[in-house]
Design a binder for this molecule. Sequence first.
Ligand SMILES: [Fe+2]
Length: 243
Amino acid sequence: MSGFVDLHCHYVPGVDDGVRTLDESQRLLRGLAALGYTEVVATPHIRTAMFENRKPGLTKAFDELTSILGPPAPSSMPRLSLAAEHFCDDVFFGLLASDQVLPYRGGFAILLEFRYEAWPRKIEEQLFRMQVRGLRPLIAHPERYYALFDETDPLDPLLDVGAMTLLDTMSLSGKYGERCRRAAERMLEEGAYDAACSDAHRPEDVDVMGRSIERLRALVGKEEAQALLSTRPRGILDGSYDP
Ligand SMILES: [Fe+2]
């Protein structure tokens, strides 16, 4: 069985609300490897007024981390690569236009998040243009948006223009509250997710993630869980996945 691929994890120390130290980073990555992850993508936040990160600074911080960690030892450390969790606002579209964004390796997809309280309106055309250029938007944790707690319909216009969706697997353990957990279970039942990630911020998240993977398997079965955790995220990276 092929290993899991995590498309969303905050393990670059000191750049956002993720891990704070090298030691935490190592413990988080080793913990994910022990759960079965063979590749974990770093996705630090790029969000105005909260995490004022830019591509050059994040690339430098990631390169420093990987040079300290060294080449991946089989089974104890997953393969690492850098992308970002982009907050989707006017600043983001400016960065996109000037090639200052951080898509996933392979260049086929890019991780986006919105404000939890306000579901975005009228961004379909911009997302459609991205998709036409060969860059598919991947929407982080749809189950955490208030507008999607009780119904998935508001997602439809974005799916129609080629967007994909990424489950925060820890939502299934109630880490983000009961409404979010119920929304995640409903969307799983509807088959609304393209892939599932950890969105881990701390080494302590590994235990929660282990339980959440078990919960995912119980809800959708082993085969679909494997597709969400491994096959499809790998396909999103290499461009072979077609939603
Ligand atoms: Fe995140």
